[in-house]
Structures are given as C-alpha cells and as structure tokens.
Design a protein around this ligand. Sequence first.
Ligand code: F6R
Length: 243
Amino acid sequence: MEVVIVPDAAAGGELIAEAMAALLRRKPDALLGVATGSTPVPIYDALAAKVRSGAVDASRARVCQLDEYVGLPGGHPESYRSVVLRQVVEPLGLSTESFMGPDGTAEDLLGACAAYDRALAAAGGVDIQLLGIGTDGHIGFNEPCSSLASRTRIKTLTEQTRVDNARFFDGDIDQVPHHVITQGIGTILEARHLVLLATGEGKAEAVAQTVEGPVAAVVPASALQLHPHATVVVDEAAASKLK
Ligand code: F6R
C-alpha cells in the first residue's frame, strides 16, 4: 500500500484526477469506479477541468457506482445515481449508456446485487476504484464487521453513518435510508487499482487503523492492505494520527 500525504483536499483531488487522466490516455475506455459523498468532489472537479482544457479525452470513459441507497427513487437528488450523473457523468460529457450502478429500487434486490457483480465482470472489471472512508472505517457501505470476502449485497447503515449522511438530507436523519446496496469488499478488491482519498481530522483515526492497524473486518478499509495496487491519499489533517 502506498500512502501519499498532500497539503489539502484540492491537492489530493488534483493528484488523483491526474492518475485518472493518465489511465484514460493509456486506456480510453477505462471503467472508472466512483464513490460519492463529500470527499471525492475535488477529484471530479479537477478531472472535469482537464477534460474542458483538452488535457485529456474522456469521451470513451465508462463509469460505475460503488453503492446505492435502497428505496430512493432514481430521480431523487440524493440517490447515488443522481449524484454521479451530476458530479461525474454530465461534467465529463458522457452519455448515460456509459454509466452503470446497482438498482436500489428493484423488486428483487438480491437479484439486483448479483446482477451488478455480473455486470462489472462482463464490463471487464474496474480499472480504477475511487474510495472514501467512513469515520467508522467503512469503504463503500461495508460497515464494520463486513466480511472481507463479501460480494455486492444489501447492508444496513449504522446509526453513525446515517448521522454523518444526514447533511445531504436537510440535516434530517429520518430521511436517510436505512439500507443500501454496496459492492462487497471482495468485489472492491477485484478492481485493478484502488485509490482511497481521506481529508480532514475526522478521518484521522480511521486512516491510522486502515494503514497501520491489523487487517480486520472491524476496520473494513484495512482490506486495502491485501491489494497489490492500493494508494491512500490523505491530507495533513487526515494523516495526523499516523505514526
Ligand atoms: C459513498 C461511499 C462511502 C463514503 C464515505 C465517506 O459512495 O462509498 O464509503 O465514501 O461514507 O463519505 P464522505 O466523503 O462524505 O465523508
């Protein structure tokens, strides 16, 4: 695992956007696995700026989601489908056909989970998977004690994660869904390159356990230690508890 400490979130975003641009120059139809939440926004802004300036052509890129809320209609502004369309697909000028995600509105949710794993494999696998990290060490929505071998499945959000995400729902925790579909840790580990970005002091403890603690299901992000090509990019605040 490679750990890169950057001065701030904008520098982290620029570094990772440049790695994505380099990938797209090598492999124009690369499958980009994207995360949602606040942390990756500087990456998407920096990558869109590179596309606008002509520094990279992303017109053949493909995009896939890491996770999705269960029960929010696809058009809900906080469904992850809507967020990824708004923050990634539209700014990069991609069509919705180049974008896939798990269906959190399916009647057969278990079938939708298995179908998503099959779709990722049929697409040739994820070339670069961006990850944020929860204050409790989750990646995707694999909350503490998720199996390190897990596949895409339904998970129940912890109270802490629902509190953390209430800010996207007018601060009202009652609006935050209880369930999600998330790529499993085993699914995430199949991506060719994992890139985790963590910014801010609130992530410092989770980062320290991820990087310096044992590989353990209680800290799902520690599974990155098992991956042959994992990069953890942290700003100085998020790095503040590293030894
Ligand atoms: C979202 C996701 C989550 C977030 C994590 C951090 O797709 O997979 O693991 O990355 O909850 O969220 P922020 O960046 O909002 O602190």
